[in-house]
Design a protein around this ligand. Sequence first.
Ligand code: AHM
Ligand code: MG
Length: 333
Amino acid sequence: MSKSLLQFIIEEQRNIPGATGDFTGLLNDIVSACKQIAHDVNKGALIGVLGSAGSENVQGETQKKLDVITNEIFIKANEWSGHLAAMASEEMDDIYPIPAQYPKGKYLVTFDPLDGSSNIDVNISVGTIFSILRCPEGVTEPTAADFMQPGTKQVCAGYALYGPATMIVLTTGHGVNGFTLDRDVGDFFLTHPNMSIPADTAEFAINMSNRRFWEEPVQRYVEECVKGKDGGREKNFNMRWVASMVAEVHRILTRGGIFMYPFDTKDPTKPGKLRLMYEANPMSFIVEQAGGLSSTGRGRIMEIVPSGLHQRVPVILGSKNEVERVVGYHLEG
Ligand code: AHM
Ligand code: MG
């Protein structure tokens, strides 16, 4: 039988001098949150969790019942054990400091409890994304400013994918590994060791309905993909758009591809749709660790110094040679 996720993390931790077991404990709590979320997502209508919550999050998006429930699950699974100093989530305006009755730890976590939640009522894959940072030295009462660390500072990033199988894919900066939930046993097991993204691909993912709002370099790239061999490319391309970033990134980790939610002029107040701290950064860490690239088109996402918890950024990630091509088009422009 393959290794459980916990065994994998403990063995990895043994190679880190001075490791206290705190990180392993934190990851274990995150895994148990994901198991509970998997349970609720899987039961769906049977337990009455589908549909709208009738509220809006800080970004003005209507919250689904499951957005609210999964946010609560993640908090409850992680607040008590003394590994975290604070959390931040897509679904909360401000940071969530660890309540006074619990010990505080040395890590911070940002998360999107249910990414792609517009898909939940139609029974299409959704996911949870998380990113772990160190709480700055000496800080016991963290504020949002303590979260403003570039993605290069992430200690760990991962996602849970609630698809035909539930999986957790994560990196601690030593490659990317995927684990599948065995529901009968109640544990995740290593099924996808050393995931790596092929440098070349013939598959692109973008929401084509935004086409008229894109900048010239993205227009040019997508037009070339669509024309394929008839337009100067050496091959024809296929297109996918799940509208669940987790499913999209998972496909790219499995068979390659390029995913773009680029800068657009649809809403002048938003330089892209996806959020840096709990979508773009963790996915960029995973993609880079798997040999891919991740860029805004004009710079490496993980080098952006964040200016806000819910900051949005353009995202272009996936197979190295295609991302390089799109970045090249931006640099020419
Ligand atoms: P969410 O966090 O509110 O679910 O939004 C993020 C999702 C991503 O998973 C996905 O890539 C994108 O939004 C889809 O957007 P669109 O509906 O514009 O295609
Ligand atoms: Mg999201």
